[in-house]
Design a binder for this molecule. Structure first.
Ligand code: NAP
Ligand code: F7E
Length: 342
């Protein structure tokens, strides 16, 4: 029988790629999702559509990391071999507006899950492997470059502070209770499924819509920040590899190349023969009280032990996102034109 995985944050960018990967590997996949007043399964709907009759290997469960009882219930119903904790209030700028909520979901929510797994393991004797979505944001005001698993953390946002707490809780459950628990310290990873308020997607979507005459302005914040941007599809593979090792450990996952927001803008707009200087305006609302200026990861450990490496450069990733957003903008244009005809 194939393995059983539980993914929190299944409706998010990474949740959708990880679900695809695990289904392709023969897993039964269970996802925890929040109830909302609108559909939130857009990123995983195609995985339902692909299923065959009698072969339902993706199931969704209503729950919330803030609701410890729902978390426990899902763990005992699903009986997972592996749990991937991807759920989070993951937007750094928003975490300054909602610091308490962010801390509750990201740090306390992770402890709810770790406790549920520990109790389940202790009462059934079944080993459950745990993946925690740690973040390069924990390096913040960086103490050294490039950043490795040994670089000290210096978080610069409520989000990053909460991730540091969840990170050390994960280490502590490993050391105190012998849980098979790993932290993936993932640098920024993007895709056509990236949320539209993160800077890369905001740029590729705007460039495509400007090309089709659907908007004429793009409001951004700090263009000088530099990030190590990779492809989300590659990064979920690293998550899975961590849980297949003999021993649990923590790994940096990154491309080893860093580019500024300005360089990403150049790439996206020039690929459509547009000049971003004609459309971009700086809006102070998008600046952060404390910024992370430059991130650059060294993923040697993941390469050597997990056999992992990235497949796309920032430029290839940017083109992939622009192409996908062009298709969406074209559909939007067609709909707008059709509505003028009626
Ligand atoms: P994302 O697209 O924002 O997805 C976050 C997911 O968490 C969504 O499914 C969201 O559900 C769910 N969620 C939020 N609050 C929840 C709660 N209280 N209970 C249950 N589910 C909740 O994020 P992502 O980019 O896929 O990132 C996945 C994880 O990796 C996150 O933990 C993020 O912090 C971390 N991370 C991301 C990156 C990156 O560059 N992408 C890098 C390092 C670490 P809704 O659909 O209902 O909102
Ligand atoms: O910002 C600058 C902004 O919001 C990147 C999350 O997935 O990765 C992500 O966090 C940079 C920052 O990502 C705008 O100031 C300029 O310097 O796309 P972002 P992030 O903050 O790096 C890490 C690894 C995570 O763990 C997080 O969950 O771009 N920037 N202008 C802007 N950023 C946004 N969002 N919007 C702008 O208009």
């Amino acid at each position: 029988m194939g393995k059983v995985a539980l993914i929190t944050g299944v409706t998010g960018q990474d949740g959708s790629y990880l679900t695809e990967l695990l289904l392709a590997k023969g897993y039964a996949v269970h996802g925890m999702m929040r109830r909302a007043s609108v559909f939130t399964t857009e990123r995983i709907d195609h995985l339902y559509q692909d299923r065959h009759e009698g072969d339902v290997r993706l199931r969704l469960h209503y729950g919330d990391l803030l609701d410890a009882i729902s978390v426990r219930r899902i763990i005992s119903e699903v009986k997972p071999d592996e749990v991937y904790n991807l759920a989070a209030q993951s937007h750094v700028r928003t975490s300054f507006d909602q610091p308490v909520y962010t801390a509750e979901v990201v740090s306390i929510g992770t402890v709810h899950l770790l406790e549920a797994i520990r109790d389940y393991r202790d009462s059934t004797g079944k080993e459950v492997r745990f993946y925690q979505a740690s973040s390069s944001e924990m390096f913040g005001k960086v103490r050294e470059t490039p950043q490795t698993e040994y670089t000290p953390f210096y978080p610069r946002s409520p989000y990053a502070c909460a991730k540091v707490h969840a990170h050390w809780q994960t280490v502590n459950y490993r050391e105190a209770y012998g849980l098979f628990a790993c932290n993936g310290i993932l640098f920024n990873h993007e895709s056509p499924r990236r949320g539209e308020t993160f800077v890369t997607r905001k740029i590729t979507r705007a460039a495509a819509r400007i090309k089709f005459g659907l908007q004429d302005r793009l409001f951004l914040g700090n263009l000088d920040a530099k990030r190590d941007w990779g492809f989300a599809g590659d990064y979920v593979d690293a998550m899975w590899r961590m849980l297949q090792q003999e021993d649990p450990d923590d790994y940096v996952v990154a491309t080893g190349e860093s580019c500024s927001v300005r360089e990403f803008l150049d790439e996206a707009f020039s690929s459509l023969d547009l000049d971003w200087h004609d459309c971009v305006e700086i809006d102070p609302r998008y600046l952060r009280p404390t910024e992370v200026d430059v991130l650059l990861g060294d993923a040697s450990k993941a390469r050597d032990i997990l056999g992992w490496k990235p497949t796309l450069t920032m430029r290839q990733l940017c083109r992939m996102m622009v192409d996908a957003d062009l298709q969406l903008a074209e559909q939007e244009r067609t709909l707008a034109d059709a509505s003028h005809l009626v």
